[in-house]
Write a protein that binds this ligand. Structure first.
Ligand SMILES: Cc1ncc(COP(=O)(O)O)c(C=O)c1O
Length: 381
């Protein structure tokens, strides 16, 4: 079989490996505490689900890349409430089929595989699709290695790298660590990108998933040369609907719209109807945040008692845990599996060695199950 060599060179997708491990445990009749894949288990609120069936007409015709105005207006309303920023829903918002495809396709907008300046910068550790999208678009991936507080400081990249760069990804709140960039740090990032004429892509799919303080958006800082990506997956418990929004600089958004017509990246109208309801309501997002907070408290108090350090946990719904000395993330994740506790080794999120000493927990099991998992974990120690 002769494959696209760029595809052949990619490592297995992290969730594929996890799914195999989970299946093996379940087949062996074991109880599984699944902190692996970031797919929340709380039901999608009923008022959102109720939008879908009535929005399916007798003749369900092709949706458009722009989508109807209702979802874009509802999203613009959320942007105004959440960040105090006005965007024009006609020219500055596009629906996406989840934020993942938007992340994956964005490099196609700027990368010229033949050019010397085809670098795509992204945080490492980070969401693996930045790397995959850059590689498959023919870009030159540049993982910016994070450590310490795990904040991505784009202004610390060398001028040589910045001159070759067409696209910079930032991700605040950050997966896998939960680190957040301040308004001042976002501004500094934007200034560097403007200086080098780089498209700044800000993945903010955890904008409404925070613990203490609501994190700022790049849209509060600037819109010129910026594309920001949002999602209802975790905010509204809609992972299976595949629904996100893209917003930013109207000139770039117009080009993106033209790009997205080629593969026909257009969420179904009935999904957009549910998304419009979700973006219009903040109460359910607040409630869900409360649940994630409770789970986090249960786990944090156990981990503290167990002497395990949680690093950079400000927002998102992940805990980035430093493994005990003598272990790698991989070996510790395997040890936890003995107690049925599924985590992700930090290396699954990194191209470099930046995740080697960590495991990531996604706050997925309910509060009671989190308590039971802590007891199972304690028995291992
Ligand atoms: C940082 C980041 N970006 C994007 C996504 C994609 O989310 P979705 O496609 O469900 O909107 C995820 C999912 O976990 C993520 O962690």
């Amino acid at each position: 079989m002769r494959l696209n060599p760029r595809l052949a060179a990619l490592p297995s997708y992290p969730t594929v490996v996890l799914d195999q491990k989970r299946s093996a445990l379940l087949e062996a009749g074991r109880r599984v505490f699944d902190f692996g894949t970031g797919d929340p288990t709380e039901p999608t609120p009923e008022f959102i689900r109720a939008q879908v069936a009535p929005a399916i007409p007798d003749n369900c015709r092709y949706p458009t890349v722009l989508g109807g105005s209702a979802v874009r207006e509802a999203f613009a309303g959320w942007v105004a409430r959440r960040f105090g920023v006005a965007i024009n829903p006609a020219t500055q918002a596009l629906p996406s089929s989840g934020s993942k495809e938007a992340v994956f396709h964005l490099p196609l907008l700027v990368v010229d595989p033949q050019a010397d300046d085809r670098t795509v910068v992204f945080p490492d550790p980070g969401y693996s699709v930045y790397y995959r999208g850059a590689v498959l678009a023919g870009g030159d991936p540049f993982p910016q290695r994070l450590s310490g507080d795990f904040k991505q400081r784009v202004w610390e990249l060398s001028p040589d790298v910045l001159r070759r760069t067409r696209l910079v990804w930032i991700n605040s709140p950050h997966n896998p660590t939960g680190a957040v960039l301040s308004r001042a740090e976002l501004r500094r990032t934007w200034e560097v990108c403007r200086q080098y004429d780089i498209l700044l892509a800000s993945d903010e799919c955890y904008a409404d998933t925070w613990f203490d303080e609501p994190p700022p958006s790049i849209l509060e800082v600037a819109q010129e040369g910026v594309i920001a990506i949002f999602s209802l997956s975790k905010r509204s418990g809609m992972t299976g609907y595949r629904t996100g929004m893209i917003a930013g600089d109207p000139a770039w958004m117009q080009r993106l719209r033209e790009l997205r017509v080629n593969p026909g990246l257009a969420p179904q109208d009935f999904v957009n109807a549910a998304a419009a309801a979700a973006w219009s309501d903040d109460g359910h997002a607040d409630e869900r945040r409360g649940l994630f907070r409770q789970k986090r408290e249960v786990l944090m108090s156990f981990l503290e008692r167990a002497g395990l350090e949680v690093v950079a946990s400000e927002a998102s719904f992940y805990l980035w845990v430093r493994v005990p000395s003598g272990h790698t993330g991989q070996s510790y994740a395997e040890r936890l599996l003995e107690a049925g506790i599924m985590t992700n080794p930090g290396s699954a999120f990194a191209v470099t060695d930046a995740g080697d000493a960590f495991v990531r927990l996604a706050l997925v099991p309910d509060v009671e199950t989190c308590r039971e998992a802590c007891a199972a974990w304690a028995a291992l120690l």
